[in-house]
Ligand binder design. Structure first.
Ligand SMILES: [Cu+2]
Length: 499
C-alpha cells in the first residue's frame, strides 16, 4: 500500500481501492447463462460489482420475440431472505433492438445471491432465476506512476497550503504596495511552521486511519479454500482442504452434489496443456477428498476442483502436483481423459483447427467466430460427428448434460467449467429454479435446464451443444469440450485468441 502526502488524496485513493469479484471459476467473475423464463428463451449476462456493496450490471437478450417487459430482483439464494423479495426493477431497452434489455441492481452483501428475471409479453409471463456468487476477491494494486503522481500532487497541496498561510500572516493587513515589517515576517514563519506541523500530523493520522480501514476491508476479501495435493501409496491422490479464514460461516462439511458429484476435478498437464482429466474424487472425511488415479503420463498437473456449499456458493480450489508415470486403473464411471497436441503459441506456432479429430475417428467441430473480444457474450457451439461424418446414433448425456466445457487461459489465470446453461453452478441453478414454483417450466428438475435431461433416453439427445460464455480477459485460451456417445466420453481441444 502506498501512503500519500495529503489527507485530501485519501478520498481519491479510496475510490481507486477497488476489488475484483469472484465466482465459482478462477479469474472469470461474470455470469453467463441461458434459460427459459416461461415461453421466452433468455441469454443473460450478469457482471457482479467491483465492490460489495455495489452495482451489478445486467444484460438480457431474448431469442423469443414478443417480450414487452422484464423485471429484475436480487435475492439471497437460500434462507429466510430468499422468501421475501424486494420490489423488482424494470429493465430498459437501450437501443432500437426490441429483444435486448439492460439494467442494474445493488448487491448489498457478500454471499450467494440470485437474480430473478420476470418476463411478460405476448405469450404470457415467465420467470427465470440465475444464481450470482457475490464477493470481493482482492485489492487492486495502484499503478506505480499513478501513486507517484498523486504523491507529488499531495506535496504541492501541502506546500501550497503552507505558502498561503504564510502569505496571509505576513501581508494580509498591509496596504497595497506597503512592505512587510520584520515582525510580520517572524509571524509568517511561525504560522508556516505550525501549519506544516498540523498538516504533517494530519497526513500521519490519515495514513493510520487508512491502514485501519484497509485492514478491515481486507478481512472481508474472498479467500478461497486452500487445497494441497499429495500422492499416496497405490496411486491415491489425496486432496486436503484448509480454510485460510474468511467469513466465519464458511464450512468444509457442507458440500452438495453438483451434477452427480461432490467434486469435479480437472487435472491439466502444464504448461503444454496436452493432457486433461475430468475426475471425481470422493469425500473420505471432512475436508479430505481422495481418488485412485487412472493411468497417467508423467508431468506437472494443475488441479482445479469445483465444489458447491449448501447455500449454493461455489468455489474452485486450485493446486498443482508432480505425477510420475502411473500405470494405474482404467478410467471408470464419469471419469474421462483427453489428449491434444502441445500448446504452441509464440507467433510461429499454429493454433488447433476448429475441427478436432478424436482418437476413435470421430470429429468435433466448433462453429468458431472469426474474432473474439474480451467480456463479449458468445455462444460456443460444438458438433460431434462419427467416422462417416454423420451424427452419432448413440448420443448420451454426460453427467446429465449434452456437454461440458472447460475454458483455460494459457497463463493459468483463468479456469471456468461451463455447461449448456452457462457459467453458473448447476447445484445453485437448481436451488434458484426450484423457488419459482409458479412458473410452468421451473419444477427444479435438471431436465428443465437447457441441455440437461436426466431421463437417460438417447433418442432426443442432440449431437450439437452450445455454451454461453465470454472470455474475461484478452490472451490465449484452450477449451476442452466433452460429449458422450455410447460409453465413450469424447474430449476435444480447441484454441482461441482473444483481442
Ligand atoms: Cu461439468
Amino acid at each position: 500500500m502506498q501512503r500519500f502526502k495529503s489527507p485530501y488524496l485519501f478520498g481519491i485513493f479510496l475510490a481507486l481501492f477497488c476489488t475484483l469479484p469472484v465466482s465459482a471459476h478462477v479469474g472469470s467473475p461474470d455470469v453467463y447463462a441461458q434459460g427459459d423464463a416461461g415461453p421466452y428463451k433468455l441469454f443473460v449476462v450478469i457482471r457482479p460489482p467491483l465492490v460489495i456493496p455495489g452495482v451489478a450490471e445486467i444484460e438480457v437478450r431474448s431469442s423469443t420475440p414478443g417480450v414487452d417487459k422484464i423485471t429484475i430482483t436480487p435475492m439471497l439464494l437460500t434462507g429466510e431472505a430468499s422468501k421475501h423479495p424486494p420490489v423488482p426493477d424494470t429493465m430498459t431497452r437501450p437501443s432500437g433492438d426490441a429483444q435486448f434489455f439492460t439494467g442494474h441492481l445493488w448487491i448489498m452483501a457478500t454471499g450467494s445471491w440470485q437474480v430473478r428475471f420476470s418476463a411478460d409479453g405476448s405469450q404470457g409471463p415467465g420467470v427465470l432465476s440465475i444464481p450470482v456468487p457475490a464477493t470481493s476477491i482482492a485489492t487492486r494494486k495502484m499503478k506505480h506512476g499513478m501513486g507517484l503522481m498523486l504523491a507529488a500532487l499531495g506535496v504541492i497541496l501541502v506546500l501550497g497550503m503552507v505558502g498561503i498561510v504564510g502569505a496571509a500572516a505576513r501581508d494580509a493587513q498591509l496596504k497595497p504596495g506597503e512592505k512587510a515589517p520584520p515582525q510580520n515576517r517572524r509571524r509568517a514563519y511561525v504560522a508556516m511552521t505550525v501549519t506544516l506541523a498540523i498538516l504533517v500530523l494530519g497526513v500521519i493520522l490519515g495514513g493510520k486511519w487508512w491502514n485501519a480501514e484497509a485492514a478491515d476491508y481486507a478481512s472481508n476479501i474472498y479467500k478461497p479454500l486452500q487445497m494441497t495435493a499429495t500422492l499416496q501409496p497405490n496411486d491415491v491422490l489425496d486432496l486436503k482442504m484448509t480454510d485460510p479464514g474468511w467469513l466465519s460461516a464458511r464450512k468444509l462439511d457442507d458440500f452438495v452434489p453438483d451434477h452427480n458429484h461432490l467434486m469435479h476435478l480437472y487435472a491439466i498437464r502444464w504448461p503444454a496443456m496436452d493432457v486433461v482429466y475430468h475426475l471425481h474424487p470422493d469425500q473420505a472425511e471432512t475436508g479430505d477428498f481422495r481418488l485412485t488415479l487412472p493411468s497417467m503420463p508423467a508431468g506437472d498437473y494443475h488441479l482445479y476442483a469445483d465444489v458447491v456449499h449448501a447455500n449454493g456458493f461455489p468455489e474452485t480450489l486450485v493446486t498443482s502436483i508432480k505425477v510420475p508415470f502411473i500405470q494405474g486403473r482404467a478410467l471408470a464411471g464419469d471419469d474421462a481423459e483427453g489428449t491434444a497436441t502441445s500448446l504452441k503459441w509464440n507467433g510461429s506456432g499454429t493454433e488447433l483447427s476448429p475441427s478436432y479429430k478424436l482418437p476413435d475417428g470421430y470429429t468435433m467441430t466448433w462453429k468458431r467466430p472469426v474474432t473474439f473480444t474480451a467480456k463479449a457474450p458468445e455462444d460456443f457451439t460444438f458438433t460431434l460427428l462419427d467416422a462417416q461424418n454423420q451424427p452419432p446414433k448413440d448420443m448420451q448425456l454426460y453427467m446429465g448434460m449434452v456437454g461440458h466445457a472447460a475454458f483455460v487461459k494459457t497463463d493459468g489465470t483463468v479456469f471456468a467449467h461451463i455447461h449448456p446453461s452457462g457459467s453458473v453452478s448447476m447445484a445453485a441453478l437448481m436451488m434458484a429454479q426450484s423457488q419459482n414454483g409458479s412458473s410452468a417450466n421451473n419444477s427444479g428438475d435438471m431436465k428443465d435446464m437447457p441441455g440437461m435431461d436426466m431421463s437417460g433416453s438417447s433418442e432426443s439427445i442432440p449431437n450439437t451443444v452450445s455454451f454461453p460464455y465470454g472470455f474475461p480477459t484478452p490472451g490465449n485460451y484452450r477449451i476442452f469440450v466433452q460429449m458422450k456417445h455410447g460409453s465413450t466420453v469424447e474430449t476435444a481441444t480447441f484454441d482461441a485468441q482473444v483481442q
